[in-house]
Design a protein around this ligand. Structure first.
Ligand SMILES: *[C@@H]1O[C@H](CO)[C@@H](O)[C@H](O)[C@H]1NC(C)=O
Ligand SMILES: [Cu+2]
Length: 326
């Protein structure tokens, strides 16, 4: 067969180029990045696809399945329970919190955010991540990027520093209504100056606290005058779960609480995220246990044993994360 020489050269070039590309960058599904972090292990390129939608909490998917901790990383249930009160919300991959990003130091995190929320634009902010050299992926609308329009996708890429962080929408009041999730960056335990204070640092032991309303936050700002006043959340959720006491009848919703499993005699690292969108303080305590605070806002601190932890999302917009072993 006759093949023009130029074409042959061109074909060779494509083959060489392609193999080089696939060699240097191999994206792995984000869930594969949730692993114990070992010194000297090559970093991974952790890929996540987020699809944001207007969705329903307590909707028909909840007749089919109940979310549990296996649903933390992937969209395999699509039932969002919140506090048992049916309402619409913004979801990521029909999850709230969104998919749990949990990686190791030096990993590269790649997130494609596809906005499918009708008539809304958005950006995603990776709270606490320094973005050194990737400032344009900080997710601040009209400062570091144009917002993601409905039906379009924006790719964020970063190499985050170790610590307990979270992500949330940085547009309007969307983060009140479900657009947030864990962002945990582990390092080999021996590199943590407080690493001797805990035995286990498990992916399931993340406590994300959100304030919750029974309507979209935009209905509360500027607020109503004759009924349903105030802008405080009426409930708190842990990892999107909680219960609600109906003030009219005093009965309680049958939605599940978040459950963390521990064994007696072991020391666990818990990673707490105050993801409130409003400036209310949250006091967290563990019945019958003390906690030792070992890090806050992504920085290790001198350990301190406490009965309770008060954290603020903060008027200043500074949200908190705390690590403790208990
Ligand atoms: C409480 O009782 C009322 C009236 O029977 C009912 O409408 C409601 O769904 C019940 N549960 C909650 C959590 O309000
Ligand atoms: Cu933030």
């Amino acid at each position: 067969m006759f093949v023009p020489r130029n074409l042959l050269v061109f074909l060779c070039f494509i083959v060489v180029f392609k193999s080089k590309c696939t060699e240097s960058v191999q994206l792995v599904p984000g869930v594969e990045c949730t692993r114990p972090c070992r010194e000297g292990e090559p970093p991974k390129f952790c890929y996540y696809k987020f699809v944001t939608e207007l969705y329903v909490a307590g909707g028909p998917a909840c007749f089919v399945c109940t979310p549990n901790q296996d649903n933390m990383f992937t969209q395999n249930c699509q039932c969002i329970t919140t506090d048992g009160f049916e309402r619409t919300l913004f979801s990521i991959n029909r999850m709230f919190p969104g998919p749990s990003i949990q990686v190791c130091e030096n990993d590269r995190v790649i997130v494609d955010v596809k906005n499918e929320i009708e008539g809304n634009e958005l950006t995603m902010h990776w709270h606490g991540i320094f973005q050194k050299g990737t400032q344009y992926y900080d997710g601040v609308p009209m400062i570091t990027q144009c917002p993601i329009q409905q039906g379009t996708t924006f790719r964020y890429q970063m190499v985050p520093q170790p610590g307990t962080f979270f992500y949330h929408s940085h547009t309007g009041l969307q983060r009140f209504d479900g657009l947030s999730g864990h962002f945990i960056v582990r390092q080999p335990q021996h590199k943590d100056p407080n690493g001797h204070l805990y035995d286990l640092d498990l992916p399931a032991h993340v406590i994300q606290i959100n304030g919750w309303m029974h309507q979209h936050a935009i209905e509360k700002f500027p607020g109503l005058w004759t009924r349903n006043q105030k802008q405080d959340p009426i409930n708190l959720l842990i990892n999107g779960r909680g219960k609600w006491i109906n003030p009219q009848y005093g009965n309680v919703s049958d939605s599940p609480f978040e459950v963390f499993e521990v064994l007696p005699g072991r020391r666990y690292r818990f990673r707490m995220i105050n993801a409130l969108a409003s400036p209310c303080g949250v006091v967290m305590s563990t019945q019958g246990h003390t906690m030792t605070v070992i890090a806050t806002d992504g920085e290790n601190v001198n350990p301190r044993t406490v009965e309770a932890i008060t954290s603020y999302s903060g008027k200043s917009g500074v949200c908190g994360s705390l690590d403790c072993s208990t």
